[in-house]
Design a protein around this ligand. Sequence first.
Ligand SMILES: *Cc1c(COP(=O)(O)O)cnc(C)c1O
Length: 230
Amino acid sequence: MSGSPLTPDSPSGLAGVEQEILRACKDAARDRSEVQLVAVSKTFEAEAIVPVLTAGQRVFGENRVQEAKAKWPVLMARYPDVELHLIGPLQSNKAKEAVALFHAIHSVDRPSICEALAKEIDKQGRAPHLFVQINTGEEPQKAGIAPQDADAFLAACTKTYGLTIAGLMCIPPVDEAAAPHFALTAKIAARNGLKLLSMGMSADFAEAILMGATHVRVGSAIFGQRSKPV
Ligand SMILES: *Cc1c(COP(=O)(O)O)cnc(C)c1O
């Protein structure tokens, strides 16, 4: 399975992103099936999302639990094989809804979230794939675990909370080259035996694929510029 999963009449943004993913996979000598495109549909309504679904895209990312809850159940009734990923910060009081709705959560970033998720996973018998967010740029306004605390936090996720962590996620600082941040995230994952890497957005997903990304989170390159603030 190395070809594009899309239909020939895909929306142009999606088709362009797919072309670039294929090229990056070729450059990196990786199979296309090793990289999941998470189409980030935050702020976009169903009418913008449906053409992307029709084209064959099935993995979508949202950054707010409430927004996803308002938009996706209706779409998922029509497209039951959709996989929904939470890519934005999670609050403990939303853990119940998040575990019920999302197939993956990319933003595990503190003990209270681990505790809330562990409780809900146990209660609901559902286990979304979990990524720990690393604040590689150590930016005070950004969520995520500091790189030097990552090993201890990952150990606590397993030992204290009994969670299975699938991988790491990062959002490089906007004003810096992304590559060193991708490299640092990949290094922390490797030494902790984690296979999945959620990194790369519209501006840098090809670079992220070259550095081992398994999940690229791409919004504006597919859907266009967001008019609403996020
Ligand atoms: C919005 C968002 C993206 C997508 O950003 P684009 O630049 O539009 O591709 C990716 N990851 C996270 C965490 C986001 O919030």
